[in-house]
Design a protein around this ligand. Structure first.
Ligand code: PLP
Length: 352
């Protein structure tokens, strides 16, 4: 097999040893003689997996006391409505920074009044809105830390007078954040944490129980916390595989090391985008994402030639999202610097 450089936006690259550890669990899970595909989620061996996964997330993210970690199905998209179900009594504030943020707003509107206090829709989501004020009379403020489709990233988080809720799907565990600033963090696992199928929800417990509506059981954070993610059958294999990846991250140096690597990858690629006359970055320089680098060809007629060049180098998954166009190189935690170097070499040679 020739080496594939996997820049996929999600599901995305995992370290080979995580894939191997998952395969091993499929063969024989924890010495049970059973495959992880066929064990009860209530078996003591799998309950131990859930507990270890919670503990390692708390450790990697340096979560203070009072935070709970649960594992749910339904993707980050289900959280768009679930968080509103649980937290929105009358009004909430949102920033609208991309397709995912817009979807979150759309779903929450069913539960109350949504105040969009910052938006970059006017310029096709090519920057992060700044200078907005978070009202103190809303139930929470929701933001998206990294806009996967457009390639913008919040470089800092506001001090919020109300609970801060964040969709961190595409940059969780890629940089150190002060978790104590947030009341709720959620992330689909399939970008930086593991395979698709599980969503991690981190909740500061004291924000729950404040809405007057009746919350259906399956939508109720408090119930999932009480049942330790076993209210219904959780995505067993996804959690198992995610744990293998979290252990790997811890082993190689934790979030600090993930941040160092992501900065190194991003610096290498953006330097080429900025110095190569054939390419142009798609978003405001100060808001560039270290995870998803979006760029376009200055001359679109070169597209076919460029596509052939990167494909020939074994690069996979850099076509831009259908709603943004151009190119998007997703550089999640597991992407080796070497893969970025291959892309940079292709761009450089293409210019020559
Ligand atoms: C991918 C993504 C989503 C959607 O995740 P699903 O698990 O497919 O629902 C939501 N928000 C962000 C920021 C994403 O990158």
């Amino acid at each position: 097999m020739t080496k594939v450089h996997n820049f996929s936006a999600g599901p995305s690259i995992l370290p080979r040893e995580v894939v191997e550890a998952t395969i091993e669990g499929i063969r024989d899970f924890a010495g049970t003689g059973l495959s992880i595909l066929e064990v009860s989620h209530r078996s003591k061996e799998f309950v131990a997996v859930v507990e270890e996964t919670q503990a390692i997330i708390k450790e990697l993210m340096n979560l203070p006391e009072g935070y709970e970690v649960i594992f749910l199905g339904g993707g980050a998209s289900m959280q768009f409505l679930m968080l509103a179900y649980n937290l929105l009594e009358t009004k909430a504030a949102y920033t609208k920074t991309g397709v995912w943020a817009a979807n979150a707003i759309k779903e929450a509107k069913a539960f109350g009044e949504i105040n969009v206090i910052g938006s970059s829709e006017d310029k096709n989501y090519s920057y992060i809105p700044k200078g907005y004020e978070i009202p103190s009379d809303v139930d929470y403020f929701h933001c998206t830390s990294n806009n996967t489709i457009y390639g913008t990233q919040m470089k800092s988080f506001p001090d919020s007078p109300v609970p801060l809720v964040c969709d961190m799907s595409s940059d969780i565990l890629s940089r150190e954040v002060d978790a104590s600033k947030f009341s709720l963090i959620y992330a689909g696992a399939q970008k930086n944490m593991g395979p698709a199928g599980v969503t991690v929800v981190i909740i500061k417990k004291d924000i729950l129980g404040k809405v007057s509506r009746k919350i259906p059981s399956i939508m109720n954070y408090a119930l999932h916390i009480e049942k330790e993610s076993m209210f219904n059958t959780p995505p067993v294999i996804s959690i198992f595989s995610m744990l293998q990846n979290l252990k790997y991250i811890k082993k190689v140096g934790g979030v600090k090391e993930m941040q160092r690597k992501s900065e190194e990858r991003a610096a290498l690629l953006y330097a080429e985008i900025d110095s190569n006359p054939l390419f142009r970055g798609s978003v405001a320089v100060e808001d560039r994402s270290n995870m998803n680098a979006c760029f376009v060809l200055e001359d679109e007629t070169l597209e076919e030639k460029f596509n052939s060049a990167w494909k020939a180098a074994g690069i996979s998954g850099i076509k831009g999202h259908r709603s943004a166009g151009g190119y998007r190189a997703s550089m999640y935690n597991a992407l080796p610097l070497e893969s970025v170097q291959v892309l940079v070499d292709v761009m450089r040679n293409f210019n020559k």
